[in-house]
Every structure is written in structure tokens, then in C-alpha cells.
Design a protein around this ligand. Structure first.
Ligand SMILES: Cc1cc2nc3c(=O)[nH]c(=O)nc-3n(C[C@H](O)[C@H](O)[C@H](O)COP(=O)(O)OP(=O)(O)OC[C@H]3O[C@@H](n4cnc5c(N)ncnc54)[C@H](O)[C@@H]3O)c2cc1C
Length: 474
């Protein structure tokens, strides 16, 4: 997210979606399919319509702006390598046939990042799911390993992941390529902050092979949607396991619930997660007696040693502790109703309404809550504790894209940092990806369409806000 204030002069809504990139000629795809069948066997590759359809969608529908632009591309072939070595072999084959490669984990990434905009090959990693090694302070797994499986593997050795996203069934490769943080981020920040210890990456070259990287070298491959290289195997840091509790509190007044976000986040040992919602979003969450539908909710994953202090804070603020639950299943359940999930539940709860959201950050989310919610008519804020300052998702009924952009300026005026999620461009150090391309992707075959033209950069810091198409002008 940007930190306010930002230069908004570029935010003209007059841009257009990129034209669909041309699909790959059928004979090239067929030649690649034949080679992949030899490499992976008949079940390791598919050109069936249902498989191609499944490989061509992701979490883009969370944005009505992007949803109105779908379909943005369709796979022509899908490959299912079973380990890191096969991932490298698949990339090499695609390059030799001149076919673009869009990697796909579980396809939960938001906003079209995993859509194969130039067609070609989708490399689905979900069968490459082995946990290769669990050691003291680290774990190594193939890219398609589901996050929940990794947390379980870590726990069997008395350890835990530093962080994981609310999409706990998503893949580790997808998380480090498309995600940013989640449960654990109050203490450990975002995934660029020493979460990844090693990577085996694959460049888009004809003789592709696994390249092993450690420490700082790995950073150039994180959060850029597979445009810098295909991540085949990942080492992540572990820490000693803690005794966690799922903590639920409710409040009459949303200001009291949100007002505690920073204090609960500051407890020691640091909570793994602290989320809060007003009554409308709380009522949209999966039914639970610990989530009274007419009240605001504060939910936290707390170290057992801090439950008493958290209870005292809740009661002093006029709230009620609804439940304190134990066990991995209970704490994971709280993770699965954090970050973007409350917004997704809100959307599901009112299918006749269209909602959009903007990712927001800063103390104003608490201190100026009413003004923040007035930025868009009918807006509701979901909030998360974070290191330094809260972050959140500001959701509002969607009218048109032209009504979304002016809100950015109003957020900045309230000293709210924001990130425009209605776009699929790499927004973390895209210039660095571009600079690596001659070596990593000399033929431009890695996830084409995700690096925007440099003219749309904000030029401020490493983040950018890309102007999006004015659909209403079409
Ligand atoms: C409801 C909801 C809640 C979410 N909550 C969170 C959250 O708490 N925290 C968070 O960070 N994100 C969150 N996300 C975003 C996303 O779900 C996560 O980042 C997730 O971990 C992505 O994993 P995936 O396996 O689904 O990846 P995919 O969606 O399949 O891929 C994501 C991106 O990474 C690329 N990619 C995938 N695998 C590789 C690889 N091996 N090598 C190179 N590139 C690759 C893809 O091409 C794509 O661009 C949320 C999304 C939704 C819809």
C-alpha cells in the first residue's frame, strides 16, 4: 500500500484495459503438448475444455471493475508437474516451443494475476506438493504445497510458520508470488521481511534448470506474479510453536471494537492476528454463537499468556468476551475469516448488490473511522491489526468505476494509505523485474500482460496505482 500523501495527478480514469494478447498458433501448442506428454505422461497434461476453463480464472471476481472485463485470456494447454524438477523441465519445453507460461497455484490470487492473458500454457503446480525437509528454524517444500499442510508439518516438529494468508488452502508458491502477508504479520511484517530463506527458481530459457538462491537473493522473485521466474521450491523460516487461543469479543459500538485493534495488537507475546468488523459484516460471516449478528466483532489469535490482559481490555472498553477456543482448527478458522474474507462473505450475503473494495492503511482507520466510511456512500470498513498501523479493506456498493477513483484522493486527505486492487499489474518493484528480463525471460514468455507500461508508474516509492479503464465511457 502507498503511504499518504501520494501524487494523484496521474489518476485519470481515461485509460483502457490492454487489448487481449494474441493466442499462440495451434500447431505450436500441439507440438508442446506432445513433448509434455512424453515428459509428464498423459495425465500430466490436458487440453480439455473444462481444464482450460478452470486454469483461466482466479479471484478476479472480487473486483467488479476487473469482473466486467472478463474473460481476460484463456489457457490453451495445462501441465501438472509433480515436483520442482518437472517444473523446470516444463518451463524449458514451453520456451523451446515459444509458448507463454503462466504459473498457477490454487488460483485464489486477486484481480486477474493468474489469468493467462496471452493464452499458451498454464503450469499448474498443485501436484508438486511435497514437503521436502523440516529442519530447526526452516522448512523446504515444492511450490504447490498447500499452506495448511505446511503449518501442520511445522507443528509436528514443535514449530510454526512465521505467517500465512487467510487462503489457507492456497499454495506456498502462489503466496510468495502473489500474496503479501496475513496471520503472523503483526509481528513479522510482510513476506519480504525474512520469511523466505531459499528459492529454487527457473528462468524462461530453452535449457531451463533449477537455480538455487538464498537469503537476500530471493527477494527479486517475490510478489511479482511469476514474471521474474518460476518458483519451483521454497524454503521458509519457522519459529518455535506457541500455545495459541482463538479469542472472540463483541461490542455494542463499532468504535469500541476498532478502538482496541492497536492495544490488542501491542500485547506481548504479539498476537498472530487481530481482526474487527461492524455488525453488517459480522452478520455476513459464517454463523457462530461467538459472532452475535447484531454486534461488532473483534477476533484475535492470542498467545494463551495474553488472554487475561485481552479480556481486561475488552471489558474496560464495554465489550463482552464471547469465546476462547483452543486448537489448530479453531485458530485457523479465525484466519479464514480475516483479510479479504470478510469482504467476500459480505459479497456472498447480498448477491443482488455489487461491492468493491480498496485496500487501506493507517491510524485514521481507527481515529477517523466515520470519515473514512463516508468516503464512499454506504461504505463499511474491515480492519486488521498490523505492525505499526492498522490495515483494512474499505468496501462499498459498486456503482461504476468512475465513482471508485475519486475516493482515492479523499482517502489521502484523511491520511489513509491506499492500494488500488482493481488491476493486475505487478506493483512491487516492477522496474527491477524489467531489468532482470534479458537473463530471466529474454523472450517475454512469463505471465505476459502483467508488467504495465512504465508511463503509468506513480514514481513514488516502490508501489504504484495504475489508472484503470473507464468502463462507463465504452
Ligand atoms: C478471499 C481472499 C482472501 C485472501 N487473503 C489473503 C491474505 O490473507 N494474504 C495474502 O497475502 N493474500 C491473500 N489473498 C490473495 C491470495 O489468495 C494469496 O496471496 C494466495 O496465497 C495465493 O496463492 P495461490 O496458490 O492461490 O496462487 P495463485 O492465485 O494461483 O497465483 C498467484 C500469482 O502468483 C503466480 N504464481 C503462482 N505460483 C507461482 C510459482 N510457483 N512461481 C511463480 N509464480 C507463481 C501466479 O501466476 C499469480 O500471478 C486472498 C485472496 C482472496 C480471494
Amino acid at each position: 500500500m502507498t503511504t499518504a500523501p501520494a501524487d494523484l495527478s496521474h489518476l485519470s480514469p481515461a485509460g483502457r484495459a490492454p487489448e487481449h494478447l494474441p493466442a499462440v498458433p495451434a500447431e505450436q501448442v500441439e507440438a508442446l503438448a506432445a513433448e509434455l506428454r512424453t515428459l509428464l505422461g498423459d495425465t500430466g497434461v490436458s487440453d480439455e475444455a473444462a481444464a482450460l476453463d478452470r486454469a483461466s480464472v482466479d479471484g478476479a471476481e472480487m473486483s467488479p471493475v476487473v469482473k466486467d472485463l472478463l474473460p481476460l485470456g484463456r489457457a490453451q494447454l495445462v501441465a501438472y508437474p509433480k515436483d520442482a524438477e518437472q517444473i523446470a523441465a516444463v518451463v524449458g519445453a514451453a520456451v523451446r516451443h515459444g509458448v507463454p507460461v503462466t504459473v498457477r497455484g490454487k488460483g485464489t490470487g486477486n484481480y486477474g494475476q493468474a489469468i493467462p492473458m496471452a493464452g499458451g500454457l498454464v503450469l499448474d503446480t498443485t501436484r508438486a506438493r511435497s514437503v521436502v525437509e523440516v529442519g530447526e528454524g526452516y522448512l523446504v517444500a515444492d511450490a504447490g504445497a498447500p499452506i495448511v499442510q505446511l503449518e501442520q508439518a511445522a507443528m509436528r516438529s514443535g514449530q510454526q510458520l512465521l505467517m500465512y494468508p487467510s487462503t489457507v488452502q492456497s499454495t506456498l508458491g502462489g503466496f510468495v508470488s502473489g500474496g503479501s502477508g496475513g496471520t503472523g504479520s503483526i509481528k513479522h511484517g510482510m513476506l519480504h521481511n525474512d520469511f523466505v530463506t531459499s528459492l529454487d527458481v527457473v528462468h524462461a530459457v530453452p535449457d531451463a534448470e533449477l537455480i538455487h538462491l538464498e537469503g537476500k537473493e530471493t527477494e527479486a522473485y517475490l510478489h511479482n506474479y511469476g514474471t521474474a521466474g518460476v518458483i519451483a521450491r521454497i524454503g521458509v523460516a519457522l519459529e518455535p510453536a506457541q500455545d495459541w487461543r482463538a479469542f472472540y469479543a463483541s461490542f455494542e459500538d463499532v468504535h469500541d471494537a476498532f478502538g482496541l485493534i492497536r492495544q490488542i495488537s501491542a500485547l506481548e507475546p504479539t498476537p498472530r492476528l487481530v481482526s474487527a468488523d461492524g455488525p453488517r459484516i459480522t452478520a455476513a460471516l459464517p454463523a457462530d454463537e461467538a459472532l452475535p449478528a447484531d454486534r461488532s466483532s473483534l477476533r484475535a489469535i492470542l498467545d494463551a499468556a495474553t488472554v487475561e490482559a485481552a479480556t481486561a481490555l475488552v471489558e474496560a472498553a464495554g465489550g463482552t468476551v464471547e469465546a476462547v477456543r483452543e486448537g489448530l482448527q479453531q485458530t485457523m478458522k479465525l484466519s479464514t475469516i480475516s483479510y479479504n474474507h470478510p469482504i467476500e462473505w459480505l459479497m456472498k450475503s447480498s448477491p443482488d448488490e455489487r461491492w468493491f473494495h480498496v485496500e487501506v492503511s493507517g491510524d485514521s482507520l481507527v481515529d477517523r473511522l466515520d470519515e473514512v466510511q463516508e468516503v464512499y456512500p454506504g461504505a463499511l470498513l474491515h480492519i486488521e491489526g498490523q505492525a505499526g498501523r492498522p490495515i483494512g479493506m474499505l468496501a462499498a456498493p459498486y456503482t461504476s468505476s468512475a465513482d471508485v477513483w475519486p475516493g482515492f484522493e479523499r482517502l489521502v486527505a484523511l491520511e489513509v494509505g491506499f492500494h488500488n486492487p482493481h488491476q493486475w499489474y505487478v506493483d512491487y518493484q516492477p522496474d527491477a523485474v524489467r531489468a532482470m528480463a534479458p537473463v530471466n525471460d529474454p523472450h517475454g514468455l512469463l505471465n505476459p500482460g502483467k508488467l504495465a507500461e512504465p508511463t503509468v508508474w506513480t514514481g513514488a516509492g516502490s508501489k504504484m496505482v495504475v489508472p484503470m479503464p473507464d468502463l462507463d465511457a465504452e
